[in-house]
Design a protein around this ligand. Sequence first.
Ligand SMILES: [Zn+2]
Length: 324
Amino acid sequence: MSRQLRALPKAHLHVHLESTLRPDTLTELGGIAPPPRFDGFAAFLTHNAAVRECLRSAADFARVAYEFCADSAADGVRYAELTVTVAAHAARLGVAPSVPLDGVLAGLRAGMRDFPVVVRVLLDHSRRRPLSWAEATVDLAARTPEVVAFGLAGDEATPLAPYADLIAAVPAVPMVHHAGETAGPGSVREVVELGRAVRIGHGFRALEDPALVAVLRDRRIPLEVCPSSNVVLGLVPSLRAHPLPALAEAGVVVTLNTDVPSIAGVTLTDEYESVRTVFGWSDSELAGLARAGVEASFAPPAIKDELRAGIAAWLESSPGPSGR
Ligand SMILES: [Zn+2]
């Protein structure tokens, strides 16, 4: 007997706008279809670039953001932080970074009006791109109320040092960087020590360094773990081999996310379903996982309270007789 995971109120902290497009939207906007499966990270990057090309106008960004709200609400996600790489889109389109962001925000406003979900934005920057793009992105993050954090993404093996001054200059902007996904534990240590990370995108390779695991545990720095993405992109051989349970066992705060739902072909509910079936987690442990996502989020206090209460009510509800 187990409870429906779609009904579990969830917070979704790591999800990229370009990897949320519905297949029909992708076809309509750009005439491309997602390949049935990827053979490695390089194939993903090529596909991702093609998807970006499909997003041209502010209306395109608004549409994708609106559909993200609809799909999130249908999946039982009550709060999400959507990652958008505004400067890269702006450079490609020859517009100011505020143009794609304004499109996204308009779509989110309409989506939040029509569906029971709250969505905020996390702005990221690829480390290999010009520093000036990062400066423009941080500037937007600092002056846009709907933007909750800034993060460095892209090639994790590219040193963070050139960004250290910029990061130190905006103490009010929370930092959530990608690390420990494609690069080893050194990249995780770097975002903690130099990058002022308060939460980490992926970070699972920290497990290779016990001293670093202790730092994450003691400082309560949550990891945004995305098992299906890691498997589909060839970074972990299988869900069964995923380090999520080992990280939790070591006392690290883990949250569950999809990263690239349209690529991995999963929703957040599917990810919770996998944790239940592959790792054998109980409903009480799954509720704890959902709660960790709420606590690690930048959601307004009232939304956090609502989600905490919703998760508690889910756990108190009686499990369905069908086992679903
Ligand atoms: Zn990511």
